[in-house]
Each structure stands twice: as C-alpha cells, then as structure tokens.
Design a protein around this ligand. Structure first.
Ligand SMILES: Cc1cc2nc3c(=O)[nH]c(=O)nc-3n(C[C@H](O)[C@H](O)[C@H](O)COP(=O)(O)OP(=O)(O)OC[C@H]3O[C@@H](n4cnc5c(N)ncnc54)[C@H](O)[C@@H]3O)c2cc1C
Length: 409
C-alpha cells in the first residue's frame, strides 16, 4: 500500500488526503437535474448484462479498486497485518462521503465479498487465510461469493445437505448450491457444509473458504425472468479444501453463517440507493407525464411513498450509527431490509396504477415499459437475504420478544 497510516491522524487531515487522491484520479460528479425523457430510463434492480458485458464491468471495477487500494484507501479499517490501514471505522464513512462526489466505476461486484464474506473471514478464518485473502479482496484481486442456499435449504438454512468429509488435512466436498449470485465471476466462496449428519441440524455444520477454480467445482448460470443471469447453480464433486481454510470450529458453522447473514441484512437494508434520481422522484415525474399528478388517489399514493421512504432512511441512519459506534449488526437490521422491500412493493403498486398496460407491453415510450424490469426484480429483493416473512418472524421474536413461531410438525 502506498500511504502509511498514523494512528493520531485526524479526520479533517484524512478528508484532505482523500480529496487530493480523488481530484487526481477521478472526475467530479456533475449535479444533473432529472428531466423526464432525457438520459437513460433504466431502473432494473438486477444486472441484465451479457457475460461479456459483466466481464468488462468487472475489469473496470478491478482497475479502480487497485488504484484506490494502492493509494492506501481500499481497506481503511483493516489491520495492517492483513493489508489494511488500521484506522477507525469512521474513516471509511469520511472516504465514502467524499467519494460520493466523484464519478467512479461501480464496485457492486465486490458487494457480497466485502460486505459479507470479508467480515466473516476477519471473524472466523485462520491467520493464513486472513493474510492470503483480506488484502487481495479489498484490492479487487479476489472476488468472493456466498454458497449457502441449496434446492432444499433456503429460509431453513440449517437443513442444508452438501457434505464435507474429513480426509487427513483436507475436507472433501460433495453436493449442490443454488441462487449463488456472482459465482460465475468469483475466485473464492464461503461455503457452509454438513460435517456431522448425526448431530441436530444446527450443530453439524462447518464453514469453509473454497477455491472456485478448484477441480470439481462446476458453475451453471440460471436465467431470471427479467432476462439476465446473475445467479447460478454450483455443483461440487469431490472438491478438496485444506483444513486451514476452515472457518471457525468443526461443527461450529451455524455461528459462522450468522455472522455473514447479519452483515447481509445490513448491506441490503442500508443500500438500495444507487446512482441517479430516487425512485420516488421518477414516479412523481411519471405521474406528471401521464397527466395524473392532479388525481387525488395518485397524490395520496405518492405522498404515502415519500413518507415511508423518509421513515426508511431514518431507520437506516439509526442502524448505521450503531455500526459506526462499533456495535455488531443485530436483528434490527431486519427492519432496514423489510422497510426497503415494503417501499419497493408500494412503488410497484403505484407504477401499475400509473402505467396500466404500458407496464407489460412495450409501446416504445421513454420511461414506461422500462419499469417492467424494476417491478419484476422486486420479488427477488423480497426473498434475497431472508424473505419478508422470515424478517417478520425475526423482528417479532428477537426485537419485540413475542412467542416463537410454531415449528412445522
Ligand atoms: C436475488 C437473490 C440473490 C440470492 N443470492 C444468494 C447467494 O448469493 N447465495 C446464497 O446462498 N443464496 C442466495 N439467494 C437465495 C436466498 O437466500 C433464498 O432464496 C432465501 O433464503 C429463501 O429460500 P428459498 O428460496 O429456498 O425459499 P423457501 O425458504 O423455500 O421459502 C418459500 C416461501 O416460504 C416462506 N417461508 C419459509 N419459511 C418460513 C417461516 N418460517 N415462516 C413464514 N414463512 C416462511 C418464505 O417467505 C417464502 O415465501 C438469493 C436469492 C435471491 C432472490
């Protein structure tokens, strides 16, 4: 890494350092007012790119990640021993707030790796794996995916059946994962396997870091209803993983999985912004373009949406403050995820009433049929990272302290 860190560096000094770096390497974002009918009308929630486009975007993302990391801004709160800069987490927020003013390549391809897998590696991996992966992940050299769900295990993750059997200093993995986002671009994966089928289901699991290029790993894309293929099935046939790549204790995989899932909910609930005008701004303009902005029912629907969006942003701010104060993301993160998806559902309902048939049939008009991509992505958002129903259960049981959901017979 380029810049050294000084423990006594203050945030104001750091902010200047960040600005100097960004001024030298990126362009300032020009504040563009949103004008209906101009620019792109794309509002898709999931990538709808060809593999070649995805690979090109990955190369751009990696080039930028390397520039940032090599200048000392890529792993600010990481330990120096792991390639980090050893600064308090608050410095990450300073970096992000300044970087938001600049136009830089999307880093979303690293979202699962840095948002979920890296914190799990920090918490549970061996020293060898931490040293080998954390720096390169933050530099964009290693892309990671999350290998949890299986055809028979989603919400009930502890039912998973992919087996890992010990063979000397290695484990041999056989089984199938599904819905693995980005597996086709990944170099490593965090996998949870069954290591003792005789123990109660939550207690017979173990986590590992698996090499996605190892012999016996086969990634098959799954095409989603919007056209893209950002998920995959991943098959494991006699894949060998060294014991040093184990996460946590043998049969302690449930704790490992929970670390990842808590980070997943905060990543999904806290995000959803993206570049470009917020969805409600676009919806209000759509109402105008459709000549419906004076309709009292439409106005009521839009006002409701604006209010809920504001409430969601306050909820997220509370959760972020908790994270910034160094507290672990807790079940409250489920609220952030649920408010985000509830607002997506409200937007979809408003869209259906504003667009009618234009939502399902392409009449070639700007800003109309393009919304189909958004509406068709919402169910996926309501399932990913724990479905709405599961989030309600978590909030009921772990935040409100209500009695537990009865288990199926
Ligand atoms: C966009 C997207 C990205 C994803 N990426 C990944 C990834 O990268 N890696 C990965 O491992 N997985 C990934 N997944 C899979 C995801 O974690 C699972 O789809 C999710 O956990 C739900 O599991 P399932 O699909 O098996 O549905 P099920 O668990 O079979 O659920 C079916 C229905 O039953 C309901 N239900 C289930 N249990 C309860 C309950 N106790 N109480 C009330 N209702 C219940 C659910 O809400 C749902 O409506 C992704 C999924 C999506 C949609």
């Amino acid at each position: 890494m380029g810049n050294g860190s000084t423990p006594e560096m203050d945030e104001a000094e750091f902010r200047e350092e960040v600005r100097a770096f960004l001024d030298a390497h990126a362009e300032r974002r020009v504040e563009e007012s949103f004008v209906w009918g101009e620019g792109s009308d794309a509002v898709a929630l999931f990538p709808e790119h060809t593999l070649a486009e995805e690979r090109a975007a990955l190369a751009d993302a990696q080039a930028w990640a390397r520039t940032v990391y090599d200048a000392g801004f890529g792993y600010l709160s990481g330990l120096v021993a792991y390639g980090g800069r050893g600064l308090p987490r608050s410095f990450e927020r300073v970096y992000q707030s300044v970087a938001a003013e600049y136009r830089t390549p999307s880093q979303s391809v690293f979202g699962i790796g840095l948002g979920m897998v890296a914190p799990t590696i920090e918490a549970h991996a061996t020293e060898e794996v931490r040293r080998a992966t954390l720096g390169p992940m933050h530099r964009g050299d290693i892309v990671a995916c999350q290998l949890f769900s299986e055809p028979g295990a989603g919400s009930d993750l502890a039912s998973l059946q992919t087996r890992a059997e010990r063979d000397g200093d290695e484990w041999v993995v056989n089984g199938q994962k599904v819905w693995t986002s980005g597996a086709h671009l990944a170099d490593i994966g965090e996998i949870i396997c069954r290591t003792d089928p005789n123990l109660p289901k939550h207690r017979g699991l173990t986590g590992f870091v698996v090499d996605m290029h190892a012999p016996g790993v086969e990634v098959r894309p799954l095409r989603q209803m919007t056209g893209g293929a950002s998920f995959n099935e991943v098959f494991f046939t006699d894949v060998r993983i060294p014991d040093t790549h184990r996460l946590g204790d043998v049969n302690g995989g449930w704790t490992v999985a929970l670390t990842t899932l808590m980070n997943e909910r905060s990543a999904i609930g806290g995000g959803g912004g993206g570049v470009g005008p917020p969805i409600t701004t676009r919806l209000i303009e759509l109402a105008r373009a459709q000549g419906r902005s004076g309709d009292p029912l439409v106005r009521q629907q839009l006002a409701d949406l604006v209010i809920h969006e504001r409430v969601a942003s306050y909820t997220n701010a509370r959760a972020s403050a908790k994270l910034a104060a160094g507290q672990l993301p807790g079940p409250e993160m489920s609220i952030g995820k649920l408010t985000l998806t509830a607002n997506m559902l409200r937007s979809s309902e408003a869209l259906a009433s504003l667009l009618g048939v234009e939502l399902v049939a392409d009449g070639g008009r700007w800003g109309t049929y393009a919304w189909a991509q958004y509406v068709l992505g919402v169910p996926g958002m309501r399932i990913a990272g724990g479905s709405d129903e599961v989030m309600h259960n978590i909030i009921g049981e772990r935040v409100l302290g209500l009695p537990k959901e009865p288990a199926p017979a």
